[in-house]
Design a protein around this ligand. Structure first.
Ligand SMILES: C[S@@+](CC[C@H](N)C(=O)[O-])C[C@H]1O[C@@H](n2cnc3c(N)ncnc32)[C@H](O)[C@@H]1O
Length: 439
C-alpha cells in the first residue's frame, strides 16, 4: 500500500493524523485504532512525517489528507525531535536518479509556483494544438494543464510502469482518456501516431541538465512539426561564490529525510559515493560574489550536451569563500522565469564545497574559472567540473579544481565529504549506514 493509499484508508476509518510540536499525532473514533494500525503507523512513521511535514513546510498546508483537529484526545506516537525548518539542510540531488516516489510526485504536483509558471507558457501555446508531454509522471499534471488550456490532443509519455499506471488511473478518473493518450516507455524510443506542435516536459534538475534533458529533448525534436515549440524554452543555471555558517560546515550531516533518499540512491547505484549536494533553506545573504552562468540550455534548438566556457566572478565583500552555489533559472516561456533562489521550489540549489576549509577573500578579489559539463559513463547524465584561480588583489593566485560527478565511484574524496560521511562504514549495509543528524 502506498503512503497515499494508507492515508486514504485511515481517512475511511475516521482516523485523523497530523504533526504537532514536531510529533506525529492521531485521533480515532473509539475502538477503531487496532494494534495492527498502530504498528503500521510506527513502521511508516518516517514516510508519514516526511509527507506531512513537507506538505506543511513546502506548501504551507497543514492538511495532507486530514483536517487539523483540536488538541482533545491527542496521543503522541513519538517524542522524537524534528529539526527546525529554518536550519540549512543538506539534500542529495534527487532528480538525476530514479528515486521518485509518491512523496516526491506530491511535491511536484503541489508546487504551486512552479505550476503557475508552466501554466503561463501552456496557456499561451497549446490551444487547439497537439502536445507531447515527456515524462508525465504519476499525476500527468502538465498534460492535464494542457487539456485545461484546450489542447486538441496530448500524448503523455512515462517510462516508469508504476507511475504510468497511476497516471492512467488518474486520467480515467478525471474522464480525460479521450484527450490524453498515455504511452509507456522511454521517450527516446517510443513513437507517436502524429506530429506535435508543442513539447512540454519537466526533466530539468537543480542544475538544468542533470537529468539528461539535453539528450532527451534533442531526441524529442523528432516528435515536433518544423515550427514546433518547447516548454520550457530555456534552462539557465547560475553560479556564485558563498560563505556558509561555521556551525553547518563543521558538522555537515543529513537529517532523517535526506538520509533516507541518500540511502535509496546508494542502493540504486550499488555503492556509496560523493553525491551531488543541494541546500534547503539556503539564504541569498550567503552569496559573496557576483554571479555568472554555469550552464545554458536553450531548448529552442538542438543542444550541445557537452560544453566548456569561462566564468569571471568578483568578490563583493571581505569574507571566507567556502564554495559555490549553483542554481536553476527555468524559463518556461520568454519572460516567465522560475528562479529557485527567489522562493522555495521543488528544485533546490546545488552546493559545490570547493574550498574545504574555506579561504579568506577580500572585496575586489577575482575568480576566473572554466565550467564544463561532459556526459558520464551512461551517456545521459552530465559530470560537471569547475577549475580556475582565485586571484587576490595582492596578485596571489590560488588554484582550485572541483569535480561534481553523477555517480562516479569516488567516496570521501574531500574533507567536506569525509566529514559528511565520517560515520559511514564501507562494508556495512547501505541501508543503515548513512549518518543522520542527532538533533
Ligand atoms: C521530474 S518528473 C516530472 C513529472 C511531471 N511531468 C511533473 O512535471 O510533475 C520527471 C518524470 O520524467 C520521467 N522520465 C524521465 N526520463 C524519461 C524518459 N526518457 N522517457 C519517459 N519518461 C521519462 C520520470 O520517470 C518522471 O516521472
Amino acid at each position: 500500500m502506498t503512503t497515499v493509499e494508507f492515508f486514504a484508508s485511515l481517512k475511511d476509518l475516521g482516523i485523523t493524523i497530523w504533526i504537532e510540536d514536531n510529533q506525529l499525532r492521531y485521533r480515532a473514533p473509539k475502538g477503531v485504532m487496532t494494534l495492527d494500525i498502530k504498528q503500521e503507523l510506527v513502521e511508516r512513521k518516517t514516510e508519514i512525517l516526511t509527507s506531512l511535514k513537507q506538505a506543511k513546510d513546502v506548501m504551507g498546508d497543514k492538511r495532507l489528507v486530514t483536517d487539523v483537529v483540536s488538541q482533545k484526545n491527542v496521543k503522541s506516537i513519538s517524542q522524537e525531535e524534528y529539526e527546525k525548518p529554518s536550519q540549512i539542510e543538506l539534500w542529495p540531488s534527487l532528480a538525476e536518479f530514479f528515486v521518485y516516489d509518491d512523496f516526491l510526485y506530491y511535491l511536484l504536483t503541489n508546487d504551486r509556483r512552479r505550476n503557475h509558471s508552466y501554466k503561463v507558457a501552456i496557456n499561451q501555446l497549446v490551444k487547439d494544438k497537439v502536445v507531447v508531454d515527456i515524462g508525465t509522471g504519476k499525476d500527468a499534471i502538465l498534460a492535464r494543464f494542457c487539456v485545461e488550456a484546450n489542447a486538441r490532443k496530448v500524448y503523455a509519455i512515462e517510462m516508469s510502469e508504476k507511475y504510468y499506471n497511476s497516471a492512467k488511473a488518474c486520467i480515467n478518473k478525471l474522464g480525460l482518456s479521450d484527450k490524453i493518450t498515455l504511452i509507456l516507455g522511454d521517450a527516446t524510443k517510443v513513437s507517436l501516431p502524429e506530429l506535435a506542435d508543442v513539447c512540454v516536459s519537466e526533466i530539468v534538475g537543480s542544475i538544468g541538465g542533470v537529468e539528461g534533458a539535453a539528450l532527451i529533448l534533442n531526441n524529442a525534436r523528432r516528435f515536433l512539426k518544423e515550427d514546433g515549440v518547447m516548454i520550457p524554452a530555456r534552462s539557465v543555471t547560475k553560479i556564485a561564490g558563498v560563505c556558509l555558517l561555521d556551525e553547518f560546515l563543521q558538522n555537515p550531516e543529513f537529517t532523517e529525510i535526506p538520509a533516507y533518499y541518500t540511502r535509496k540512491i546508494f542502493e540504486q547505484v550499488g555503492y556509496p559515493f560523493d553525491l551531488r549536494l543541494c541546500l534547503r533553506h539556503f539564504s541569498k545573504s550567503s552569496i559573496i560574489s557576483t554571479s555568472s552562468i554555469f550552464e545554458d540550455l536553450n531548448f529552442a534548438a538542438t543542444i550541445e550536451p557537452e560544453y566548456s566556457h569561462k566564468v569571471n566572478l568578483s568578490i563583493l565583500k571581505d569574507s571566507r569563500l567556502d564554495g559555490f552555489i549553483v542554481w536553476l533559472n527555468l524559463h518556461t516561456i520568454e519572460g516567465e522565469v522560475i528562479d529557485v533562489l527567489e522562493h522555495e521550489y521543488c528544485w533546490l540549489p546545488v552546493y559545490f564545497p570547493v574550498f574545504s576549509p574555506g579561504i579568506q577573500v577580500s572585496q575586489g578579489d577575482k575568480i576566473e574559472a572554466i565550467c564544463s559539463g561532459s556526459l558520464c559513463e551512461n551517456n545521459l547524465n552530465p559530470d560537471y567540473k569547475i577549475e580556475g584561480y582565485v586571484i587576490k588583489k595582492t596578485g596571489q593566485k590560488i588554484e582550485f579544481k572541483y569535480y561534481s560527478y553523477h555517480y562516479k565511484m569516488a567516496f570521501k574524496q574531500t574533507l567536506f565529504y569525509k566529514n559528511l560521511f565520517s560515520n559511514y562504514v564501507l562494508n556495512s549495509n547501505i541501508n543503515s549506514s548513512v549518518t543522520t543528524s542527532k538533533r
